[in-house]
Design a binder for this molecule. Structure first.
Ligand SMILES: CC(=O)SCCNC(=O)CCNC(=O)[C@H](O)C(C)(C)COP(=O)(O)OP(=O)(O)OC[C@H]1O[C@@H](n2cnc3c(N)ncnc32)[C@H](O)[C@@H]1OP(=O)(O)O
Ligand SMILES: O=C([O-])CC(=O)C(=O)O
Length: 453
């Protein structure tokens, strides 16, 4: 049968129109039934759906009178202030491994415990035989997050015990995932460059004695070389992205999916899908694209008025991707500041001085300042809007020579530690399937035979 493409397009367009109109719900009903849209109350506060000891995300202070006021953000991993943790291992190589241990087991490791843990991770840092050829290089993708999802799902087939949801088995699978994630990302990237851009394909093996950050860099660069500074900054970035409470979209996905009793590979693939979204981890790539767009349209970066006008056009859906969002700005919890953005901003400043990119850094900080005001005014927000973790990360990665295709995968390489800790916490504590309610607001109808419709 030959397909009439034009006719098919028309038929599909009709269905598109049905999809647009049939599911449209009157916004007033959300208020009438007090629906917690986005699982948030009318003040924007998240609905309490779980308890966790893994991390604490703080965006407000409570006064003696019990009033909640915006404050500089604080983030604690298992009770430890993340800013202190980052300062604490300034001169050590395995910050991310140490933090992964902390998130999973609740305490900072002693020296011998960290050494053993690094050795265990190193032993998992290899792919099954011919996996790169048979899985990563087959049906390559232009998006590394999708490529990683495919790889994660396929690793199920290579696991001799994939379905067992005992904590022992889930921990084994989780550590294996933490160790393998950089390989999946970097090899997917090399494959993409080879298949879509015609570059030579160089696959470098991981080295068990190197940290995860060092391994990532040595596998990424064809000559395997990297500087100590590059490895250190990347290690810090991974630590800062490793965990953010149970309510963030990808970790909540981990909770939802794990609560059904599914396997680890399915849970990780689902969380990767969530993290990819531009309102979540995918924002780091969007920020970079947004800045390219701003630079194209506002030539004088010091002209604050022109920058403000352009940001307002973005918010009015008249510029950039027409989504009405200034990426890298705003957060569901933080108000005055996101502590991770504060740290990444410091690195951005230092690196921009080294690379003679001070003008670019100033553009970022100007947009950061103006965008907060513009968003608050346009969206009539009473709380301050700050830069989030995604605002400076892409700029930092670019200065480290990391390609934009790997920005969101880098987030995933880090956040797998948090997802794993939360998956275990979900299964240790709760046997209750997560199942909120949706109120039916349609109309019941009488069935009509095909000929009578
Ligand atoms: C790792 C991370 O996930 S960090 C976040 C990364 N995402 C981004 O940077 C994308 C841009 N930012 C946003 O879209 C939002 O700030 C989010 C998704 C991060 C948080 O959204 P919310 O929890 O709804 O934030 P909040 O309650 O403060 O928002 C209030 C209103 O301001 C809007 N708003 C908040 N930030 C922005 C922004 N950067 N640009 C435009 N509008 C914004 C929200 O869309 C919301 O409008 P709505 O009520 O009509 O939906
Ligand atoms: O907590 C959130 O909503 C988003 C998130 O994952 C983060 O900021 O790291």
């Amino acid at each position: 049968m030959t397909v009439d493409r034009d006719n098919m397009e028309e038929k599909l367009n009709e269905l598109v129109e049905f999809s647009r109109t049939s599911g449209k719900i009157d916004m007033k009903l959300y208020t009438e039934y007090d629906v917690k849209r986005g699982l948030r109350d009318s003040a924007g506060k998240g609905v309490l759906t779980g308890l966790t000891e893994i991390s604490d995300v703080i965006g407000f202070e409570v006064t003696e009178q019990g009033e909640k006021i915006p404050a500089n953000g604080k983030l604690y991993y298992q009770g430890y202030d993340v800013s202190e943790l980052v300062r604490g291992f300034r001169n050590r190589r395995f910050g991310f491994e140490e933090i992964t241990y902390l998130l999973l087991f609740g305490e900072l490791p002693q020296k011998h415990q960290l050494d053993d843990f690094v050795e265990i991770l190193g032993s998992f840092r290899e792919l099954p035989e011919a996996f790169t050829r048979d899985v990563i290089m087959k049906a390559p993708s232009t998006n590394m997050m999708n490529s990683m999802q495919k790889c994660v799902l396929t690793l199920y087939s290579y696991d001799k015990n994939p379905e067992d949801t005992s904590i022992q088995n889930i921990l084994r699978q989780s550590l294996s995932m933490v160790a393998k994630m950089p390989l999946l990302a970097v090899y997917s990237y090399h494959t993409y460059r080879h298949c879509f851009q015609g570059h030579n394909l160089v696959i470098r093996n991981p080295k068990p004695e190197l940290s995860l950050a060092e391994n990532l860099l040595q596998m990424l660069h064809p000559d395997g070389k990297y500087t100590e500074l590059e490895a250190k900054v990347l290690d810090v970035a991974l630590v800062l992205h490793a965990e953010h409470g149970g309510g963030n979209n990808s970790t909540f996905t981990t909770h939802v999916v794990s609560s059904s009793g599914t396997d680890t590979y399915s849970a990780v693939a689902a969380s990767l899908g969530s993290l990819k979204g531009p309102k979540h981890g995918g924002a780091n790539l969007k920020v970079q694209e947004m800045f390219e767009d701003i630079k194209l349209h506002v030539t004088d970066w010091e002209d604050e008025e022109k920058l403000r006008n352009y940001l307002n056009l973005i918010l009015d859906k008249q510029a950039f991707d027409h989504a009405g969002l200034i990426y890298g700005m705003g957060h569901a919890v933080y108000t005055e500041s996101d502590p991770r953005a504060v740290i990444l901003k410091e690195y951005a400043q230092k690196l921009s001085e080294e690379k003679n990119l001070e003008k670019e850094y100033t553009l970022y900080t100007t947009v950061e300042r103006i965008a907060g005001e513009c968003i608050a005014r346009k969206r009539r927000l009473l709380k301050p809007v700050c830069a989030n973790v995604d605002f400076f990360s892409g700029f930092v990665y670019t200065m480290l020579g990391l390609p934009k295709e790997l920005y969101t995968p880098l987030f995933a390489i880090a956040r797998i530690s948090g997802w794993s800790a939360h998956r275990i916490e979900e299964l240790v504590n709760s046997s209750k399937i997560i199942r909120p309610a949706y109120k039916y607001v349609g109309h019941h109808k009488k069935y009509a035979e095909l000929e009578e419709r």
